[in-house]
Design a protein around this ligand. Sequence first.
Ligand code: GTP
Length: 370
Amino acid sequence: MHEGGAGVRELKAENEALRGQLASLIEQAENNYAIMMRHQAFDLEIVGAAGFQELVATIFRQLPVISDLDVVTLSLVDAGADIYTVMHKLGVDFEALPNLLFHEHAGALGHDLAQDAPKPLLGPHDPALHRMAFPQPPAGLASVALVPLLRNKRLLGSLNLGSRDPARFTPLLGTDFVEHMGSIIAICLENVISNEMLKYIGLTDALTGVYNRRYMDRRLVEEIGRARRQTYRVSCMYIDIDHFKQVNDVHGHGAGDEVLREVAARIKAELRMSDALGRFGGEEFVVLLIDADLDSASLVAGRIRAGVADQPFLLADGTMLSVSVSIGVATLDDFERDHAIEGVAQQLVAQADQALYEAKESGRNRVVAR
Ligand SMILES: Nc1nc2c(ncn2[C@@H]2O[C@H](COP(=O)(O)OP(=O)(O)OP(=O)(O)O)[C@@H](O)[C@H]2O)c(=O)[nH]1
């Protein structure tokens, strides 16, 4: 009887211990489930990101929270600064993304480039070794994971995770989870970068790098709409290189291309950030000036004319060439509220084109405003 009582107590204790273990296993499973759900929501959010800025901002905003990290940086391989330049032109606000780092060469990422598919590097934080991944490490950063972002064996960059907990990332830890995260982020990055590049190519002129006609037509309509609402002036310049056929005929098409590029650069040098310059085809450029009346647009046009004519062009083969442009300027002042914006935009460009015709007729290398 006595022995039987002890047996029951033992069984009870064992039962309680088992219940305790089970409760902690259930809690752990629930925790893991919650983490998995948060990561699934994160995956869905980054897959749905509309563009580069949204994707990168989502990574920086969400990852530290859902993965309980003290710092996240993203290093991108950007030979020739192509990605940076295009994103900048498309309006990405890099100041809002201080943990986005660009590197000219993949070697700066810290991964073993001799391997076809380098593995994530986990271990203690070493300020000297991890300087490129964490240029401004938070105080107390103790362990880090550098996760290579790979697409078809090409290293796009590295996702760099940091924690103040020294046990968070150790070389012995499994890397399946971070590898999975890295592969999803790599796919999303490759997608948004190529989409943004295509968008950019579709809006710009390959020879001169300025906007193309398609972009300018759209921008004109947008700007006229905005100018109507906010009642400021919009002016337009039509610029045409004088006797450009001769440049091609005498010096060759390559020299003509060089002149087109240099003219575009000289026009751009006289414009404000808010103005838009586009090549309308051949040797014609159109400039849209925001918040500029006819007088100030004519002043800018005068500076462009002088900027082209006063300094001879030095071609790659050493040839010096005198080039000039004729410019027509027009402005939108009564906002023509009763007319459709598309019609008003066409009329503004046509008016500048008419002024350009007068500039050509009256001797070239001059500005006519009307
Ligand atoms: N090199 C080069 N030439 C181009 C390009 N697009 C158009 N052209 C040339 O631009 C020239 C335009 O000549 P025209 O329209 O006759 O005018 P122009 O000789 O500039 O004479 P004015 O405008 O009357 O002063 C033609 O010779 C075209 O072949 C281009 O992308 N590259």
